[in-house]
Design a protein around this ligand. Structure first.
Ligand code: DHB
Ligand code: FE
Length: 298
């Protein structure tokens, strides 16, 4: 039994705000939404059986906590708690997010010492980018629940205002997060989630763009060829997956944290690929394609 923390799995999911609205308004069994939520039933059972002690939740803020006044590329949440943001219709009626101060402080120390110049955030609200993935994976929470079932360390990535980080940098940040987690001196089970995507464009002449073939091929490569995929230029995301498809670079952070991407010198056996515990894809949800993966470390 290890005395240090370890990454047990990574979870990937889109964060379409209308999904949160459908849950909050009790419309998940409407014909439009039923097939989407059916795809997450297995995920919720998996989460019941594989509940971690903490989640590093990689997501993007949509000009709610941040704005054009200040644009951190990678912002790590080191707060005790985070309230849901008011995105214009009042805050979602979901529980506040409980942080994990000790692990967050350790991640800050370790990741910054590994030369990633994170921004640290001690106070912010969290928008649909973070709360919709929690809703999808944990389901509706009882009224008055004091917080979500698992502490969350938010990692907000700027994918809204160019310049945005490269896929390669995101994969490397995931690798740094894995090293940081594995040097935390308590036997915690930690998941890293990558959220946002898949193909979608919300504005301009191509609004409504969805590219199912490209999305599926991208997920194939995320599983089997993450290093190669991390070299994909921004232009290809925007051209093939729409302007908001660029959110997908965040999935590479979670993928980089998986053990097959650890650089262990002298290891004779090739690293074992993660196990695909669940894969789901659905079109449409609002204006976007929804993609979802659960990868377990062997
Ligand atoms: C929508 C908004 C998002 O932030 C997103 O990532 C996907 C969809 C929307 O408004 O439909
Ligand atoms: Fe978004």
């Amino acid at each position: 039994m290890s005395t240090h923390a370890r990454i047990t799995a990574s979870v990937y999911t889109s964060h379409v705000p209308a999904i949160g609205v459908a849950m909050d308004q009790g419309r998940t069994q409407d014909p439009y939404w039923q097939p989407l939520f059916a795809g997450y039933e297995a995920s919720r059972r998996w989460m019941d059986a594989h509940r971690p002690d903490a989640i590093v939740l990689v997501y993007n803020d949509h000009a709610n906590a941040f704005s054009l006044d200040m644009i951190p590329t990678f912002a790590l949440g080191t707060a005790e708690r985070y309230e849901p943001a008011d995105e214009g219709w009042g805050p979602r009626a979901v529980p506040p997010v409980l942080g994990h101060g000790e692990l967050a402080a350790h991640l800050a120390q370790s990741v910054i010492q590994q030369d990633f110049d994170l921004t640290l955030v001690n106070r912010m609200t969290v928008d649909h980018g973070l709360t919709v993935p929690l809703s999808l994976m944990f389901g509706e929470q009882p009224a008055g629940a004091p917080h979500w079932p698992v502490p969350v360390i938010p990692l907000a990535v700027n994918v809204v205002q160019y310049p945005v980080p490269s896929g390669r940098r995101c994969l490397q940040l995931g690798q740094a997060i894995r090293r940081a987690v594995e040097s935390f001196d308590a036997p915690l089970k930690v998941q890293v989630w990558g959220t946002g995507g898949m193909s979608h464009q919300l504005q301009g002449p191509r609004a409504g763009l969805i590219n199912q073939t490209w999305d599926q091929a991208w997920m194939d490569r995320l599983i089997a060829d993450p290093r190669g995929l991390s070299e994909m230029p921004h232009l290809e995301y925007v051209r093939e997956a729409g302007s908001e498809g660029i959110e997908l670079v965040m999935w590479l952070i979670a993928r980089g944290a998986m053990s097959d991407l650890a650089d262990l010198p002298g290891l004779d056996a090739p690293p074992r690929a993660p196990r695909v515990a669940h894969r789901f894809y659905h079109v449409p949800a609002s204006n976007t394609a929804v993609g979802h993966l659960i990868l377990e470390n062997p």
